[in-house]
Design a protein around this ligand. Sequence first.
Ligand code: TRP
Length: 326
Amino acid sequence: MQVISGIRPTGNLHLGNYFGAVRSFIEMQDKYQCMFFIADWHSLTTHPKPDNIRENVRTILAEYMACGIDPRKAPIYVQSDVPEVLELYLYLNMNAYLGEMERCTTFKEKARKQPDNVNAGLLTYPTLMAADVLAHRAEKVPVGKDQEQNMEMMRHYARRFNQIYGVDFFPEPQNYSLAERAIKVPGLDGSGKMGKSEGNCIYLIDEPNQIKKKVMKAVTDSGPAEPNQAKPEVIQNLFTFMEIVSSKETYDFYNERWNDCSIRYGDMKKQLVEDIVKFTDPIREKIKEYSADRALLDKVAAEGAEVARESARKTVEEVRHIIGFR
Ligand code: TRP
């Protein structure tokens, strides 16, 4: 296995996710031997009593597949379907030190956010993440900026294991930077970025009338006062959005209207709605189709688990041998 990435089960995919990570995943599955998995164990670190975890997992599967992740090219599995990972998690934890784990900024931040639940799983989040990847001896991990420290820890653990047991067994997994490849989708509420915590998302599952409502509400200003003026941020956001989902002709048309001060934001927004709907329409249809087909989703997850278990089983067997268990 060359590439693996974990997906946190946090709600529906929005356009920011699509142009941030999902598009890169789709490209990668043609270039590398990839596997993707849904990190449902990790979600227990913050949500000890998840409601409907299995249903959420199905939704994620349906949405990623609808975007173009093809399980025939890149198996998708659910973390909790692969118990082999836990044995590796245990071995890695034996050589992970309290000090270094407490110093992780993600740990410190989560501990601050949930002071009543600073659990051991939260502390050992990076070793579980390392086990996810090292179980397949994967070399590359597509990650955003927020995961860089976890990746750093993962390389420490791989190196440390090799050193302690005098082997050259685990590769040190490298970051495949999603941030460098991402197209940043702006928020339409005047904030720079579309994000779940910003509450300004257009979801892939949104119906055309919901998309329309969200776009028509987008923040604008009173219009340009003189020709060829620089665009204020909220207007630039609209144009950036158009650059992402519309044709170049459409973009140029509205850009000219901006430059000669004849722009009508209402028209521009209507066009934007049309182009977003055109983009999300086929994806939304497929999400609905796959979501309704439980048998298909369960089959994809079962087949993914089979591949992942076999791969992790081999690794764990060798690890047992290296440490000295028989
Ligand atoms: N920590 C990742 C996130 O929050 C999810 C994740 C879990 C992951 N295990 C992984 C990502 C292994 C890459 C590789 O997004």
